[in-house]
Ligand binder design. Sequence first.
Ligand code: AMP
Ligand code: GLY
Length: 415
Amino acid sequence: MKILVIGGGGREHALAWKLAQSPGHSVFAAPGNPGIAKIGTCVPLRDGSPEGFLSLAEDIGAELTVVGPEAPLVAGVVDAFRARGRKIVGPDRAAAQLEGSKVFAKNFLLKSSIPTAEYVVVDNEADARRALDRFGFPVVLKADGLAAGKGVVVAHDRAEAEAALATLHGRLVIEEFLTGEEVSFIALCDGRDVLPLAPTQDHKAVFDGDAGPNTGGMGAYSDAAILTAAESREILDRVIYPTVEATGFTGFLYAGMMMTAAGPKVLEFNVRLGDPETQPLMHRMASDFVPALLAAAEGQLGSATLEWRAGPSVCVVLASGGYPGTYEVGRPIAGLDAAEALGATVFHAGTRQGRQGIETAGGRVLGVTAGADSLEDAIGCAYRAVREIRFEGMHYRGDIGRKGLERYNKKNVGT
Ligand code: AMP
Ligand code: GLY
């Protein structure tokens, strides 16, 4: 079977890498990246419209398409494929509003009695200021529409809130600041049945210790110990199933959860796999992923299962100098083979083929991913590989997975 992956970042490389291991299938990606080009066929994008992707899938003869990023989903790529009877994994345009509009998502959560932070929706600065008075500090301000991970500001005082109001325009959600552990809970859905993936934890802030502005994600790890069975059950029962029931959701439903003292609460919905969560997830998945994806696309998820390796996987993102602000591209990358020789898998995100070899082409450049029997060893393996890689301006967090380690030590997990 020919399988088309839409997208060209680290998430899509990890997905394509996993699918390429499935016997009897060939993987295509649009537009893909140099990492994907080693294991599959990259096809250039004609245009990023739903019809553009559909005609690409028809030309390739793709029997299954999996969508990576949110933009094509919000634009209606799934509706276009279904109208022509072509199998695709993702939500339709209506359900993609759960990610496409924060206001839609919050109103949906409230209406469905799904636990989330208290909030108000404001349309102008006067109302925004009144809301700030109501919530106090810290407070969270969120732009309504898609913002590539940059539309959310946690303001610790009035000055930060004022600065945020100067940059976030249009409709905003202003909400209560929640505290606790953040968990990315992702489930594959077919409109009725649900197949949860293993839990992951992202590291959104740019610097160690969660300091600095938010990014798309500076690293992630997957480990069964991130959630207890009871916590997973509660998220399924209180968040995932009610959402699938109310929306007929198909594809990957990603609930960004805060595990508060008062129980799990939804921070946000995404309607796709997380990036970089997908990198450790694909790395840890023991089963062939194709049967589950096909079952989801066919509305037959009921009997599908997934197995995971017992040990954790960790992904450290290597970013361009300046990211998440402005950065330069075209910097040659050294040490990719040496990193893989140490046992890591290096997923490409923002890279391109230059005249001298692989060079940088984006903010998040690579995701260095490793697994082991213990979280400590997985972290060690990933960072040994990271130290083999060099490009001008490269920066990364040195503490990916560390919070997990501290938490387990406290709970004496594994002793
Ligand atoms: P979002 O895109 O809504 O997930 O927000 C991005 C990040 O901002 C989240 O991953 C959290 O780290 C943080 N955040 C969002 N909403 C809240 C909240 N209500 N309380 C605390 N942190 C939040
Ligand atoms: N890593 C967070 C996201 O994919 O939105």
